[in-house]
Design a protein around this ligand. Structure first.
Ligand SMILES: Nc1nc2c(c(=O)[nH]1)N[C@H]1C(S)=C(S)[C@@H](COP(=O)(O)OP(=O)(O)OC[C@H]3O[C@@H](n4cnc5c(=O)[nH]c(N)nc54)[C@H](O)[C@@H]3O)O[C@H]1N2
Ligand SMILES: Nc1nc2c(c(=O)[nH]1)N[C@H]1C(S)=C(S)[C@@H](COP(=O)(O)OP(=O)(O)OC[C@H]3O[C@@H](n4cnc5c(=O)[nH]c(N)nc54)[C@H](O)[C@@H]3O)O[C@H]1N2
Ligand SMILES: [Mo]
Length: 750
């Protein structure tokens, strides 16, 4: 019993941060009375200056009380009763849950080996220590598991970009944007879809310094509204066609930086091709129609595909070629598509043609990962099993794992030796909901003869948790210490102090995974005798070894933040451009490979061309399926959620309801008005949700903000509006990535 008279009700402030996968990392101050958070505020420790801006939290973390104290929070372990996927569970003890998991792990490892054990992609806890990390460490010690490569975020760009540059580190420090005369944002909306805390602020500084900002996006995004001089609406999946026609304009008007191309690039024109490749395969030949397709990539050709008027394309090309330095920055939206690899590489060619690589105010396009990031220690873990699949291809590894090879994304081994039999889904909603084609995927994971045990750890019974055999009640990010780093930009690191005690039987991952280690006979090896705090101290000490001046554990914990200071901003490829003789690009040829001999050697020119090309998407504006399903459906990342996290909180629903964006003209022909309930469907499924009729989306395109919880009724109609009810499970050809913005659908009034 709590002694009510003796509870300390003076307000304390505890410093922490968020660790969900929201794209930002901010300072959170939790105001606590007793064991209860009464309010959340944010960074006001330092003056907000241009050189060191505050790390202010957004509406999601600042409303966190609504999530933390949600009545649906899971507070004890449960096991499935009834058929898998029905969502019926009964309470069990932690001992029963862990005995079960240990027994099954032993059996699966003995019968099938490590290829049968899989960790589902899960980004709920992005701290340096998490259940994901701990259990991987343990399974590594136990004999290994099937690994994955890639991510649902950057699948295409992280594979495609290195074919051009040899690396993904193609981004400059954001403070260099003030040097840009022109900034073109290609499918990037950092004012809402956070890519680093303060990114929109740096764009604002650039604008104040005189940069013109242009957004190319099917949506008139918050970034376009707040920061852009011009919005150019483009049909999804057609970025490469637009970029090709810009290249055509530059070439025919002789605006390209020929000296840059001649010196640093492979394959721009026939005079700079690797030996042994027949004529007609250089980029310039493809653009001018001197290649096998005999089609010149003219602005008129591109207008028909992209919906962007040719006069706009010509104006844009001239502007980018003549206003230097200019930054052509890609978001991840354009690459989360069929042939998403092409859009990435097409943009890199334009950056090269305009000589915007290696200079302040320019940008190399491609992945845009920062060119400089400090060393930060990780938990020691090692997977002795070399087998990996693409993160998107796990349904295949369940159905046809044994014998599955490189044609289905497998790396590290010739073929898998087992199907997936045991799945851990710890802090993620990618079993269904965040993967693709919910209806088909749900059938696979519901089949008890395929995967034998599914373990889920979460705070709520999410759509994925419904498919669990065992549900574990997780502690929350405000209920534990941790350390987080910004993913992408920002030279700082944050300490997360525990704010309140956890509730019910919720347990920290380190505690239950240590108990599991004991059952597997590996407790001493797993813990190395360390407590959880000891491990955090270990991480700080290791980080400090590589970073002179890094604070002590006590100081870091008390301050909550450490910022690196640099004399100079970082600029990707500055060394290569300034001193090419001594600093080749990290590609096999040492040059920017506009033509990639490695892709040429794959000999699959239709889907994996050696130069970037516009390839019509399987469900794009040129697909015949359009007769039946005339609307292109994308699903943008939404301010009211982090993916599916926060979907069940009411404050966030007030701030941003789940509704499908549709243009006035597409709505009118369907008798749909603002707020009408509509049905959106294709052969894969059907969702029902209210329409937001708005000129902020181009005609022919609709957007269902991604991350709503899949809630099928008895007829299978999803009553919440999860876009993955409509998306296709078809991995992209090179990266085996998720093309989840490539969908054709129809919409009717419900
Ligand atoms: N608020 C919020 N912020 C987030 C997240 C979140 O869930 N909520 N998630 C974080 C994570 S993990 C990630 S990976 C990133 C994701 O960041 P992104 O992948 O960049 O986000 P998206 O919203 O998918 O796409 C960005 C823009 O691309 C546009 N777009 C879609 N298709 C095309 C196309 O074919 N061409 C062009 N030019 N534009 C297109 C969309 O309309 C959208 O405005 O965001 C991070 N930030
Ligand atoms: N159609 C479509 N699908 C997409 C995308 C898209 O643009 N379109 N985007 C993709 C991208 S970029 C990403 S990154 C993925 C993200 O997909 P996921 O990684 O599945 O991310 P979330 O949906 O946020 O799910 C996180 C879960 O973790 C839980 N959680 C939060 N904190 C903790 C914790 O401390 N412990 C535990 N055990 N659980 C916790 C939350 O309650 C939530 O259920 O989605 C992908 N799916
Ligand atoms: Mo992501």
């Amino acid at each position: 019993m709590v002694d009510i008279d003796n509870v300390d009700l003076t307000e304390k402030i505890v410093r922490t941060s968020g660790s969900h996968n929201c794209g930002g990392r901010c300072i959170i101050k939790a105001h606590v009375k007793g064991n209860r958070i009464v309010r959340i505020s944010t960074d006001d420790d330092i003056a907000d200056t241009v050189t060191v801006p505050q790390l202010r939290g957004c509406l999601r973390c600042r409303s966190y009380k609504d999530k933390l104290y949600h009545p649906d929070r899971i507070t004890y372990p449960q096991k499935r009763i009834g058929k898998r996927g029905q969502g019926k569970f009964t309470r069990i003890t932690w001992d029963e849950a862990l005995d079960n998991i240990a027994a099954k792990t032993k059996r699966v490892m003995a019968d099938y080996g490590p290829d049968a054990i899989y960790f589902q992609y899960a980004t709920g806890n992005e701290g340096l220590v998490s259940e994901q990390q701990w259990l991987r460490r343990l399974m590594g010690l136990y004999g290994g598991y099937l690994g994955y490569y890639g991510s649902y975020s950057t699948a295409c760009t992280q594979i495609a970009t290195p074919y051009t540059y040899g690396t993904n580190q193609t981004g400059n420090s954001r403070e260099t944007w003030v040097n840009s005369k022109l900034i073109i944002l290609l499918g990037w909306n950092p004012a809402e879809t956070i890519h680093g805390t303060n990114t929109a602020y740096y764009l604002k500084l650039a604008k104040q310094a005189g940069a013109e900002i242009i957004c190319i996006d099917p949506l008139y995004t918050n970034t376009a509204i707040g920061l852009a001089d011009e919005w150019i609406a483009l049909r999804p999946t057609t970025d490469s066609a637009l970029l090709d026609a810009m290249a055509y304009t530059m070439i025919t008007e002789n605006l390209q930086d020929q000296a840059f191309l001649d010196k640093y690039c492979l394959g721009f024109d026939e005079a700079h091709m690797p030996p042994g490749v027949p004529a007609g395969n250089a980029y310039k030949s493809y653009i001018l129609g001197d290649s096998q397709d005999y089609t010149a990539k003219t602005p008129a050709w591109a207008e028909a595909i992209t919906g962007v008027p040719q006069a706009t394309i010509i104006r844009l090309a001239r502007k980018y070629a003549t206003n230097r330095p200019g930054a052509l920055i890609q978001g991840y939206g354009p690459q989360r598509h069929a042939y998403g690899e092409q859009a990435v590489r097409s943009a890199t060619v334009l950056a090269a043609m305009t000589g915007n690589i290696g200079v302040a105010g320019g940008w190399a396009a491609g992945a845009g990962y920062p060119a400089r990031s400090p060393y930060i220690a990780e938990l020691p873990r090692f997977n002795p099993n070399p087998a990996k699949i693409s993160v998107f291809c796990w349904p295949d590894a369940i159905i046809r794992g044994r014998g599955m090879g490189p044609d289905l994304s497998v790396r590290g081994v010739k073929a898998l030796t087992a199907n997936i039999k045991l799945m851990f889904n710890l802090g993620g909603n990618c079993l269904v909901n965040q993967h693709a084609d919910n209806n088909a995927t749900a059938k696979i994971i519901a089949d008890e003869s395929l995967v034998e045990l599914i373990v889920v750890s979460d705070h709520y019974i999410t759509p994925s948790a419904k498919y669990a055999d065992i549900i574990l009640p997780a502690d929350n990010m405000l209920e534990r210490d941790n350390i987080v780093t910004p993913w992408g930009y920002g030279d700082y690191i944050l300490y997360m102090n525990k704010v309140v005690d956890t509730i019910g039987e919720c347990r920290n991952g380190y505690a239950w995974i240590s108990d599991l280690a004991e059952r597997l006979g590996l407790k001493a090896e797993f813990t190395e005798g360390r407590s959880r705090e000891d491990w955090l101290r270990y991480l700080v000490a290791k980080t400090a070894e590589h970073n002179p001046g890094f604070p002590s554990f006590e100081e870091f914990k008390a301050k909550g933040v450490y910022r690196w200071q640099y004399d100079q901003p970082s600029i990707a490829f500055a060394e290569q451009i300034n001193d090419f003789a001594n600093h080749p690009f990290p590609t096999p040829s040492g040059k920017i490979e506009i033509f990639s001999p490695r892709l040429w050697a794959m000999n699959k020119p239709e889907e994996i061309p050696a130069i970037p090309k516009y390839l019509p998407a399987w469900e794009g504006p040129e697909a015949t399926l359009k007769d039946q399903y005339p609307l292109q459906c994308i699903g943008h990342h939404y301010k009211r959620r982090v993916h599916s996290t926060f979907d069940n909180t009411s404050w966030m629903e007030e701030a941003g309801p789940q509704e499908v964006w549709v243009s006035p003209s597409d709505a009118a022909v369907r008798g749909v008005s603002n707020g009408s309930l509509v049905r959106v469907f294709n052969d894969r499924g059907e969702v029902e949700l209210p329409a937001k009729v708005t000129p902020r989306i181009m005609p022919g395109v609709i957007s269902i903000p991604q991350g709503a919880w899949w809630m099928p009724d008895a007829d299978g109609v999803d009553k919440r509006g999860c876009i993955n009810t409509l998306t296709k499970y078809q991995p992209t050809p090179l990266a085996f990535g998720n093309p989840t913005h490539t969908n054709l659908v129809q919409m009717i009034k419900a």
